[in-house]
Design a protein around this ligand. Sequence first.
Ligand code: XMP
Length: 430
Amino acid sequence: MKQDMIVILDLGSTENTVIARQIRDMGVYTEIQPHDITTEELKALPNVKGVILNGGENRVVDGVTIDVLDELYTAGIPMISIDYPTSKCAVKYDSMPDEAAIKAFVFDECKAEANWNMKNFIEDQVEIIRRQVGDKKVLLALSGGVDSSVVAALLIKAIGKQLVCVHVNHGLMRKNESESVVEIFRNKLDANLVYVDATERFLTKLENVADPEQKRKIIGSEFIRVFEEEARKLEGIDFLGQGTIYPDIIESGTKTAKVVKSHHNVGGLPEDLQFELVEPLAQLFKDEVRACGVELGLPAEMVYRQPFPGPGLGVRCLGAITRDRLEALREADAILREEFAKAGLDKKVWQYFTVVPDFKAVGVRNHERSMGYMVVIRAVNTIDAMTATIERIDYDILEKIVDRITAEVPSVNRVCYELTKKPVATIEFE
Ligand code: XMP
């Protein structure tokens, strides 16, 4: 391993990741570890240069105040405490010390080197993956989202054709999305890629299903079924690659942190499909995953794309999905994305998309009364998707988008801009 490490011990702070990020931004690798780590476990971690005891409001767990093991204080590793009252540790801060204090600890006291960068990370991971996998094969569900794409590129670099990527097109992808996965991974990166066009199968299953939860369940379980069928056709797979990233692990709950949400990246895969996991991004924050993708040569559109829900356009074609309404949605979404990119809004707005409700409205086309769909545009900004505000789009840009959608998508005769914040609305409509 090339990089030095500062370990942050989780003693109930809600700011563990803030400090972890701060130190990584200084070019030094950090990991958040549980408070009850033993000296032996600590020393088994590579290149540990210092430890931060990071206390906070969640230090009382089930009525018991948690502490680190006494043996850590004599382990011979530089240590500071933040918001953690202890007399055993030389430097103490009552709250998050300013950046200069952390910097002094990391570089002057711990003598850590600023050697955390994506080039070293990739070199280390390539070695680790090769050691773990040997000459065996790894299977990966490649959705084309940021995390799975970066894992795929990293695994291709490490083990080439021993990686088998399966891309399931559920028919609810955005315009040209599956095509670009095939173009980039099969044609440019020479990946071993199985492309499954399951559009008919998904749309047939979804016919006349109007309930949002039911739609999500069908899409989720059908996805696993298709993936499983493909996995069974392949011989000699021992490993399953996953795009798990650091927030997934932290949010799934450390010993003190409350479970924010459980993450199941390939949730619900049947137990008789037994694989060992390969999760090379498990220590990276989202922006580091993107930087890793850029370093691996993935195109910016893929690495910096906005979030897209697993059920795809399925939750934006409201109510029971019909093929013509899905097509109208896909075209309108492509126009929106094109115009946002032209106006530079794609780099500014967190998430933007179109929705098509399941009714028709009266309109006039070619001097005749006609019934058409309504497209709703939604563009929101947020930090963590728990709350969201509305982007104030320039009126001229909005007007151009409305004109283009109504001209280029004949089944649409109305376009609206949605102005409701989260809460009280959610970001998606279903
Ligand atoms: P809501 O609608 O709950 O969405 O305000 C918050 C964020 O989560 C995304 N989202 C999903 N992402 N699978 C995903 O991977 C899903 O089923 C799903 N549902 C919502 C949504 O796009 C938004 O960014």
